[in-house]
Design a protein around this ligand. Structure first.
Ligand code: ZN
Length: 129
């Protein structure tokens, strides 16, 4: 006999592939899934925002090469990126929105902020139409 995915009670009637014992359990289950998904997205966005703040301060300060351990002590998350480009000849290139940098196992370098972002966004939007 199948059991309800939400409460674990046995499902005593209905189709053999029925997943929930009642509508309340079904609604609660999908609401919880949506809540978990929102929390996950929020967590990633917070990490990206923190990375962006740190990278932007480095760009403003003119720092182009920094130890990764130093950055991580400020809350930098090396695995939170918005873009990635593998490079055969240099270290891989990463993006945090409009800031790009190269990263090795121990440091990030060549930190620079993209110029003319509004112009590029305009071109991207025209392409997608
Ligand atoms: Zn149930």
């Amino acid at each position: 006999m199948p059991v309800c995915l939400e409460c674990g009670d046995r499902i005593r009637y209905g189709r053999a592939d029925k997943k929930f014992c009642c509508d309340e359990c079904k609604v609660r289950h999908y609401n919880n899934l949506a809540k978990v998904s929102r929390a996950y997205r929020r967590k990633i966005m917070n990490r990206l925002s923190r990375n962006y703040q740190i990278l932007e301060q480095l760009v403003k300060a003119g720092e182009s090469s920094v130890e990764l351990t130093d950055l991580m002590s400020f809350g930098f998350s090396p695995d939170a990126v918005t873009g990635f480009h593998k490079n055969r000849f240099k270290s891989d290139e990463y993006w945090c929105f409009d800031i790009k940098y190269r990263m090795t196992d121990s440091r990030i370098y060549s930190i620079s902020k993209l110029q003319n972002v509004s112009l590029n966004l305009q071109v991207d939007m025209e392409k997608s139409i």
